[in-house]
Design a protein around this ligand. Structure first.
Ligand SMILES: Nc1ncnc2c1ncn2[C@@H]1O[C@H](COP(=O)(O)OP(=O)(O)OP(=O)(O)O)[C@@H](O)[C@H]1O
Length: 536
């Protein structure tokens, strides 16, 4: 961290984390502004702050009240240090209240708590807002129960909420600023603009950071962690996350990374060949392909309940990984030390109650279990090089690692594969092969029409219902498939994709004419919610 900070000296933004779920969103916003940012936990010593030589320190929000016993605070001598070194300080929410309390003002429990959307009026001509007209009357997101009621000497109020409460403060002589609202959430319409103003106009930083820096830092970090002897294993799904994570780790430790791709019998049309090809010819990653299809399908025979199917698949994955790891340990004469996982930042945050929901901000982080987690007794240390990144940043990073574009834009595909797209027993009749063909026709048509990149996810679903049809002048009694295509920002909510009817008619005709066992195609027009993306 210190080396990276030294490289960007004069432009480093340090965030002190007081426990807000938004802290890493601040980090992300700062990185989007192409500045180097780090996050240290509240309670870090002054010397660890000094070691990073920040130009700006942001004090985050948090779930505490400054009056609580043991509420997190700033290290002794903090403001002396920032003043002596010309460092700018910006407090957000709890951060503002802490500034006020530590410097001798008053904070008390608010009479009317402010949650959610609020209108504020800012003072133009102040240092905090400059003279940008758009800042004058703006909508911001608040989420606080305490409020500053008396400011320390030298401070002035530069914004108030429509309820008359303090929303922005500054003391330009000592370079300390505060916002009672959250500029980092997009609901604060001019929040990012305000951060930009503070960082570039007030603190005069220059944007000198890019994702290339993260790449170099992570490679360096993994090199240090793994030394010259340690080995790592990685379960590769062919999805964006695990592939980018593996490619990055490979850059650091080369052939000491051992990847495994499992054919669980639930993959799509020619997926195994396509994925393995890409791993070897485009990425040059050493990947072992384990064909465990029989093992998975035998266990799934006759199982209809979706939850049972998922559980069986999860534990079979674990059994395969376990065996892979044991074999590897014998081959290498030592156990692998690390497990690489493509955990992303959204996987790490369990819940981020929106301001206004009335829920207090908590700091609960879920332990992310990819495919149910590996057996505990394997005692592998986790390498999660993407855990501070969002999906779009991972795609960017993938580009830097020369992961092929077509691959980075691949639609998400669930770990349990086609098992959640065949309703009921996966092994029934010709269901798997039939679905593969129908799905391939649908996806190829989407690609040919140039629609693939605007759709978040598209697939066919095999329905366990038989319907009557007429094909080639003969009555048929065959299966129906449903087609689903959605658009989404983040996968959390989704809308169905509005195809041109001619496109759907052509796909439907092609499926019924060429896939045996299908005589009806329906299109799913439900959003998420109330439906989920996958049918099971
Ligand atoms: N067929 C497979 N072979 C090996 N590992 C797999 C396979 N399917 C899933 N995994 C592992 O399980 C993890 C979680 O699978 P999931 O389908 O939830 O993907 P994800 O979190 O979107 O990540 P990715 O983009 O890497 O697929 C993957 O990152 C990968 O490590």
């Amino acid at each position: 961290m210190e080396e990276a900070a030294a490289k960007h000296r004069g432009n480093v933004v340090l965030i002190l984390d007081f426990g807000s779920q938004y802290t890493h969103l601040i980090t992300r916003r700062i990185r989007q502004l192409r500045l180097c940012s780090f996050c240290l936990a509240a309670g870090s010593s002054l010397s660890s702050i000094q070691a990073l030589r920040p130009a700006v320190i942001i004090l985050s929000g948090g779930p505490h009240s400054v009056h609580e016993d043991g509420a997190p605070t700033l290290p002794e001598g903090f403001f002396q240090y920032t003043q002596d070194n010309g460092i700018y300080v910006l407090g957000i929410c709890y951060g503002l209240q802490l500034i006020v309390k530590v410097l001798g003002g008053d904070v008390k429990q608010a009479e009317s708590q402010e949650y959610g959307k609020m209108q504020i009026e800012a003072t133009l001509g102040s240092k905090l807002y400059g003279d940008k007209e758009c800042f004058k009357n703006q909508v911001v997101w608040m989420s606080h129960g305490d409020e500053a009621v008396k400011l320390p000497a030298g401070f002035r109020v530069v914004a108030r909420s429509s309820q008359g409460n303090i929303a922005g403060i500054e003391n330009t002589a000592i370079r300390v600023y505060g916002l009672q609202y959250h500029p980092e959430v997009t609901h604060s319409i001019f929040g990012i603009e305000t951060l930009k103003h503070i960082l570039f106009e007030v603190a005069a930083l220059s944007a000198d950071w890019s994702l290339q820096d993260i790449l170099e830092e992570q490679v360096q970090l993994i090199k240090e962690m793994a030394g010259t002897e340690d080995h790592a294993i990685c379960a590769l799904s062919g999805g964006v996350d695990s592939t980018v994570a593996a490619t990055l780790v490979y850059k650091a430790i080369g052939d000491r990374l051992h990847c495994v791709f499992v054919d669980n019998g639930l993959l799509r049309y020619k997926e195994r060949e396509r994925v393995m090809n890409m791993f070897s010819s485009d990425l040059h990653l050493p990947v072992t392909c384990v064909d465990a299809s029989e093992q998975f399908l035998t266990k799934l025979k006759g199982v209809e309940d979706p939850e049972k199917k998922r559980k069986i698949i999860g534990s079979e994955f674990i059994a395969v990984f376990d065996e892979f790891s044991s074999k590897l340990a014998i081959e290498l004469g030592r156990k692998p030390t690390f497990l690489v996982q493509g955990t992303l930042y959204p996987d790490v945050i369990e819940s981020c109650p929106p301001p206004g929901s009335g829920k207090t901000l908590s700091h609960t982080i879920k332990s992310h279990h990819n495919v149910g987690g590996l057996p505990k007794d394997m005692k592998l240390k986790l390498l999660e090089p993407l855990k501070w990144l969002f999906k779009d940043e991972v795609r960017e990073l993938g580009k830097l690692l020369q992961v092929p574009q077509g691959f980075l834009k691949r639609h998400p595909f669930p770990g349990p594969g086609l098992a959640v797209r065949i309703l009921g027993d996966v092994t029934q009749g010709e269901a798997l092969d039939t679905l593969r063909l129908a799905d391939e026709i649908f996806i190829s048509a989407i690609k040919e029409a140039g629609l693939y990149d605007e759709i978040w996810q598209a697939f066919a679903v095999y329905l366990p219902v038989k319907t009557v049809g007429v094909q080639g002048d003969r009555r048929t009694h065959s299966h129906a498939v449903a087609l689903r295509a959605i658009v989404s920002e983040d996968g959390m909510t989704a809308d169905w994709y509005h195809f041109n009817p001619t496109f759907l008619a052509e796909v439907s005709a092609k499926i019924c004419n060429t896939v045996r066992g299908i005589n009806r195609v329906v299109y799913d027009i439900t959003s998420k919610p109330p439906s989920t993306v996958e049918w099971e």
